[in-house]
Design a binder for this molecule. Structure first.
Ligand SMILES: [Zn+2]
Length: 249
């Protein structure tokens, strides 16, 4: 709906410029309006936080910090993260890729038995996810849901968009499936930075509303998570229970 309103606004402004301005000024104004339109759409596609194409949850609203881990299950990495969290009495939310779930269901089984929550992160996590048709996006998300269904009784299972890129087709797919879409408000960039840098950033930024974006296989998750959670315990950082949080939305 928002996209249609934006298109109508852009066309109205172009028409206004056409009838109110003399040539050649009118053409400069129209090109400027179209460039602004394209820039805004590009920004909206890259920034899911704008909630332009789909509803999006990006705060725990005071329930405590929520640690989320994307792209598992991965042999070794995912259970290391899960067991480290459990050691410190923290429950995480793992956004899993369906085809990896099918390959290693025992990891998901263990995650669930430890009390962690799981999310749908598409079936194949394709690089061209934003280019897929609505039908293909729906099918990909549904396949991940099918892979997860026999391994957990959790309901609802939230969805996180691969790569954090959105567009009208993904928006329509999410609406059609009635999904709860979960994002983040604290991006760690843990796949690009050293674990120690990520830890330092989290220590200064984490708070009671934080949804932290992390990955199972990052340097931080492998080497700094334990130390970070120890620090968090000493500083009485409150962590959200992902199950309670999901149910409260
Ligand atoms: Zn991902």
């Amino acid at each position: 709906m928002k996209i249609y309103l934006l298109n109508i606004l852009t066309l109205s402004l172009c028409a206004l410029a056409f009838f109110q301005c003399d040539a050649p000024l009118r053409w400069y104004v129209i090109v400027g309006i179209l460039l602004l339109h394209a820039f805004f759409l590009f920004f909206a596609v890259k920034n899911v936080q704008l909630k332009f194409f789909l509803p999006y949850i990006n705060s725990t609203k005071g329930q405590g910090a929520l640690l989320t881990f994307d792209d598992g299950p991965l042999e070794g990495d995912t259970l290391h993260v899960a067991e480290t969290l459990t050691k410190h009495g923290v429950k995480g939310l793992f956004f899993l890729i369906g085809e990896r779930v099918e390959q290693q269901p025992e990891i998901v089984h263990k995650l669930v038995s430890l009390g962690h929550a799981v999310g749908n992160h598409s079936h194949t996590h394709p690089k061209n996810f934003p280019m897929l048709s609505t039908q293909k996006v729906v099918a990909d998300i549904e396949m991940c849901g099918t892979a997860l269904a026999p391994l957990t009784k959790q309901s609802p299972i939230p969805f996180r968009v691969p790569y954090g890129l959105t567009n009208p087709r993904i928006g329509r797919a999410v609406k059609r499936l009635g999904l709860l879409t979960l994002g983040w408000n604290l991006r760690s960039f843990d796949t690009m930075k050293k674990g120690s840098e990520v830890s330092k950033k989290l220590k200064t930024r984490i708070g009671k509303n934080s949804i932290v974006l992390l990955h199972d296989h990052s340097d931080f998750s492998k080497n700094n998570l334990d130390e970070f959670l120890q620090w968090a315990g000493q500083h009485e950082i409150k962590f959200a229970d992902p199950h309670a949080f999901i149910h409260s939305i």
